[in-house]
Design a protein. Structure first.
Lengths: 375, 567
């Protein structure tokens, strides 16, 4: 029986069950779930008679989020659309065009009323009745409201769909807004980022497919597994911040040594996202903006990205670094230190540890104030 | 009897495009190209720091990611008259060539192939015969019978699921589909393989750029990647070697597969060498600067009038006055006030939405002209300009593509004039991709050689003077000639304008009511079934439309009056 089941599985998904379980375990780890949850995920996908339907709308956008998904490798875009979901409307990928795709969309939304996942990419212009973005003769505003009415869940993918993005800043010429702002009374899950990390989307979708509900959200409706911490808290250059070692200009000595970019305007201390934990393009090790020596400019954070000047200092939401640390070789039992010296160092160390504990408490407070209470 | 066809949305492109055609006796007699979305990003830039403009302009487009970033820092550098370290030029060149290759691969396989490839027909193919054909054309290692069988099985499982997703609305079985089942299967196999391969190019971009799409390693004056062979945190030998590894893998696919598939598929559609010519004034700009001043380029540029290569006039340097003085934009038929064609430095634009008017205004895209004439930009323009300027690599790959085309088609006489066409634009893109691949390898080697001389400079700090300075720059982007124009006053942006490839090509009628390249190319196109206007899509897709890029505006006076006449 088991063999038969595996065969069916392979035929349907075009991948071995073993590989698939491996994928689910990795994906579960991304969201912070256990191996048991990974098995539940695999069951959910295997057991589904029908792949969940996704309707994807494009508003004022640059197609960055879709391009981002195209770069996903676990799973690939091809696995996603051939084997995991049924992407029934997506203008960048649809084989047909014009009235054919509009008809396909309407038919799918009617047949899957209350069951489809709606994904929004791009902002929605609201000025002058929304005329600044039209598809098939209707405004994006109308398309969004119609598709949202019977959606099982709504995901805003990217900063534009989450809070308006680049075109909503400054004078906001078209009064561009995020999906939540034009859908009062609905819950829109936000995945900001410019472009957003594809794995935050893929993990969210798989969570939805597996458990039939969305992952836990913060007060801005961002999933905690992806936006629960400041970039600053997971940054590989954080020790340089704490030690007061800063690059002052591109190419200077500190910059060439990979020191902290805070003084170049890095917005990591006020931007919530998992960039340093997940990184980009499946390369590993240092492939994210700070890794190539450029300050974070807060693309995911409303009021920071495309708003604050690039080189202005961030509003540090955690603590500032302590002025001094004990020298490591002056601590207790350090080789070569006299008993008296060690005792003195111990006393000084104790005081500094106390300061460290205060700092740790402040981090905890900042997390509670912002979004993370999972630790 | 005349039939009006509206294709809205045009899919498998970037952005929101509406195409209208009138068809009489099975042929297109009138055409309109209309951009349907406007954001006004340049307006937001006014008053901001020119050093951060590139972060905003890169968001013009996530498909043409990198291009609007690199050209923006170049435009500001040009305005300041500053030099850029050679290492920075070379790192930027590596990023832009790798991105161009990714863009061309995705355009052919994932955005336009299903105009020509009948996916459902691949189910009837004999996998062994498909493999034989594939292996006779190239030595790509994933062309064997087991691979073809696996792809077909996967396709069967997908189709039998009954949920066809984005493929449900395809034009399967359309009378204009001509490929045998085996060629269709081969194309489907390469469609899937290319999804993986395009990521090799993205990794090259991301290792240096921090991520893809939307790189974040630029600075006005250079790049943010410090070069230090003795640090684990910046651009060192390990990062450079990793880049090289992906370059070599990418090279293998481009040379054995993409450059073969395009002429091989084209050989079954030779009739499409007779459609889609349109505007034959070709504009292409030089790129890949090699020196700190931007006076020496690896790739030449210039202008050709009316398809006649003997009219070639070169564009030679950053700030070239022949280019600078020739560009203007008209908004007579776009949703802005005013009729006159204005130079980008003096562009005045006031939104004036009227809804779609056949004889009036009908698009958010403006109509650019070069010395008063419409020009086509893109890989086809680039290939003609490169051949006219004597570029050896382009001539070599063009000969190769024409050779494959003739062989697969059974050795008919195919003149070079056949390139002025829908299928010619695809062929030119493959030729250019080969040139880009070789250029990418050369730029990487030059970077290594330059670092070996002891030069690790990556950044010169910009200094903004009091008063007004202005500058512009061009870049031969994947879709053709791109230029950004900036006016800076007391260190702040006073005016910013982008004249984008898809603006040149998708623009509406101009100040003299002349139709633009998309519109002209649709004339006389066949349309077998007005309900299934596949042929219209073929010609429009051959340009690789990118509409979010194409629509911009500048408002120097910060007025915000919008006249809504309809809706």
């Amino acid at each position: 029986m088991a063999i038969h089941k595996n065969d069916q599985f392979e035929q349907r998904l075009g991948v071995s069950r073993r590989d698939f379980l491996k994928f689910c375990t990795g994906m579960a780890a991304t969201i912070g779930l256990s191996t048991t949850d990974a098995l539940a995920m695999a069951e959910a996908v295997e057991g589904a008679a029908k792949r969940p339907v996704v309707i994807w709308l494009h508003g004022q956008e640059c197609t960055g989020p879709t391009e981002s998904l195209l770069r996903g490798e676990h799973p690939t875009l091809e696995r996603l659309i051939l084997e995991m979901i049924s992407l029934d409307y997506h203008q960048t990928l649809d084989a047909g065009a014009g009235h054919d795709v509009e008809h396909a969309k309407d038919a799918s939304m009617a047949a899957n009323k209350g069951k489809y996942l709606l994904v929004i990419e791009g902002s929605i212009p609201t000025k002058d009745g929304g005329i600044y973005c039209k598809i098939a003769g209707k405004t994006m505003l109308q398309h969004t409201q119609e598709a949202a009415e019977h959606a099982a869940a709504i995901v805003a993918f990217g900063s534009c769909a989450s809070w308006g993005g680049v075109q909503s800043t400054g004078i906001n010429p078209t009064e561009a807004q995020g999906a939540q702002a034009v859908l009062p009374g609905k819950t829109v899950l936000n995945l900001p980022g410019c472009p957003p990390n594809p794995y935050n989307f893929l993990a969210t979708v798989l969570h939805f497919v597996t458990f039939g509900k969305l992952p836990e959200l913060d007060e801005q409706n961002r999933p905690k597994f992806a936006y629960g911490r400041l970039i600053h808290e997971n940054c590989e250059r954080r020790p340089h911040f704490d030690a007061g070692r800063f690059a002052e200009e591109f190419g200077d000595e500190g910059h060439a040594k990979g020191w902290c970019l805070y003084k170049l305007g890095c917005k990591g201390p006020e931007t919530y996202a998992n960039c340093p934990a997940v990184e980009f393009n499946d390369i590993g090790g240092g492939t994210w903006p700070v890794g190539v020596g450029h300050p974070c400019f807060g693309c995911a954070e409303e009021g920071v990205g495309f708003t604050k000047p690039l080189f202005s200092l961030a509003d540090v939401k955690t603590h500032t670094p302590p002025n001094e640390f004990p020298l490591i070789d002056q601590r207790e039992n350090a080789t070569g230190a006299s008993t008296g010296a060690a005792a003195l160092a111990g006393a000084v160390g104790g005081a500094v540890v106390g300061a460290g504990a205060m700092a740790a408490k402040k981090i905890g407070d900042a997390e509670n104030n912002s979004s993370d209470n999972q630790g | 009897m005349t039939t009006r066809i509206t294709v809205d949305p045009v899919t498998r492109i970037e952005g929101h495009l509406r195409i209208d055609v009138e068809v009489d006796e099975g042929k297109v007699t009138k055409a309109w190209s209309s951009g349907q979305m406007w954001r006004g990003i340049e307006k937001i830039l006014v008053g901001r720091d020119p050093r951060e403009a590139w972060l905003f302009t890169q968001r013009f487009c996530g498909v043409c990611t990198t291009v609007h970033a690199i050209i923006s820092v170049r435009a500001v550098e040009n305005a300041l008259g500053m030099e850029v370290p050679v290492n920075a030029q070379l790192v930027r060149n590596i990023i832009q060539t790798a991105h161009a290759i990714q863009d061309h691969i995705v355009h052919f396989y994932h955005l336009s192939a299903v105009d020509w490839v009948d996916v459902v027909s691949a189910l009837d193919a004999d996998p062994k015969k498909a493999a034989q054909l594939a292996e006779s054309l190239s030595d790509w290692h994933l062309n064997g019978p087991h691979e073809m069988k696996a792809v077909q099985d996967r396709l069967k499982a997908f189709v039998s699921s009954g949920q066809l997703g984005p493929f449900a609305s395809g034009y399967w079985g359309h009378p204009a589909m001509k490929l045998p089942p085996e060629v269709n299967l081969l194309a489907v196999a390469h469609y899937l393989q290319a999804l993986e391969v395009q990521n090799y190019a993205n990794k090259i971009v991301a290792i240096l750029g921090g991520k893809s799409p939307h790189i974040q390693n630029l600075a006005v004056g250079g790049i943010s990647n410090s070069i230090n062979m003795d640090s684990q945190s910046v651009l060192n030998m390990e990062r450079l070697m990793m880049t090289k590894g992906w370059i070599d893998k990418l090279d293998h696919f481009v040379k054995t597969t993409y450059m073969t598939d395009v002429p091989a598929v084209g050989a079954f559609y030779l009739d499409w060498a007779g459609y889609g010519k349109g505007v034959a004034n070709y504009l292409s700009v030089p790129d890949c600067p090699q020196d700190s001043k931007g006076t020496v380029f690896d790739l030449p540029g210039g202008y050709i009038e009316n398809g006649d290569l003997s009219t070639f006039k070169p564009i030679t340097s950053h700030g070239d006055p022949y280019f600078r003085d020739g560009v203007a934009e008209s908004s007579k038929h776009a949703w802005y006030e005013g009729d006159a064609a204005l130079h980008p430095y003096y562009g005045e634009t006031e939104p004036q939405y009227t809804d779609f008017q056949d004889e009036g205004q009908y698009s958010w895209v403006k109509a650019p002209t070069f010395y008063g004439k419409r020009a086509q930009v893109g890989p086809l323009a680039n290939v003609f300009v490169m051949v006219a300027s004597g570029h050896e690599g382009t001539k070599k790959y063009l000969d190769g593509a024409m050779g494959t085309l003739r062989t697969v088609a059974g050795n008919p006489d195919i003149p070079i004039e056949a390139l002025h066409s829908t299928i010619g634009r695809h062929a030119a893109r493959a030729v250019r991709c080969g040139v880009m691949m070789d250029t990418l390898k050369q730029q990487w080697q030059k970077l290594i050689d330059n670092i070996a001389t002891g030069d690790t400079d990556t950044f010169n700090p910009p200094v903004f003077p009091k008063g007004e300075v202005r500058g512009f720059e061009f870049h031969e982007a994947p879709r053709g000639a791109l230029s950004h124009w900036v006016v800076i006053e007391d260190g702040k942006i006073k005016n910013y304008q982008a004249v984008v490839p898809s603006t040149w090509n998708s623009g509406p009628r101009d100040q003299n009511d002349e139709i633009g390249p998309y519109e002209a190319s649709l004339m006389d196109n066949p349309v077998a079934d007005p309900e299934k206007p596949l042929e219209v899509l073929r010609t429009v897709h051959s340009f690789d439309p990118c509409i979010a890029c194409a629509i911009h505006m500048v408002d120097t006076e910060q007025k915000e009056i919008v006249k809504v006449k309809a809706l």
